[in-house]
Design a protein. Structure first.
Length: 134
């Protein structure tokens, strides 16, 4: 089983594919116009559960996912960009930005793909919390 995180956006969409252990298989940023083509390519190769953020543009993406018959889970997207920024810097280092206060440190590229990974982590956390509660 694989998990596809989607950070939906108006101008770009972050995608991250992990296995059931959380190992990253793929992460990328695509345009909304290329979203369906990317999705078709992924679902023909993998058995996927989709995790998507509940942001303002998610409705359009959810309709596409439902039309494709994909199992879709919606998770809270609030503060995912802040968590994605932390994840980005953990994996890539700060470079010269280590000299700046944390609030002034910004990645050198868009991090929507990291935000998609954050959504998958949130889903795993919710599922594990649920299993512990039952």
């Amino acid at each position: 089983m694989y998990f596809l995180g989607i950070d939906p956006g108006k101008d770009k969409c972050g995608l991250a594919l992990t296995d059931n252990q959380g190992k990253v298989i793929l992460q990328k940023i695509v345009s909304p116009q290329d979203f369906e083509e990317e999705l078709y390519d992924l679902i023909k190769r993998h058995d996927i559960t989709v995790i998507i953020g509940d942001g303002t543009t998610s409705k359009k993406y959810i309709q596409i996912l439902e039309q494709m018959g994909l199992k879709t889970v919606v998770v809270k997207e609030s503060f995912s960009t802040i968590e994605a920024r932390k994840l980005y810097f953990m994996e890539n280092g700060y470079g010269w930005q280590i000299l700046l206060p944390y609030g002034l440190r910004f990645p050198q590229r868009p991090i929507d793909d990291y935000a998609a990974r954050v959504l998958i982590k949130r889903y795993f956390k919710e599922v594990n919390t649920y299993k512990k509660d039952t």
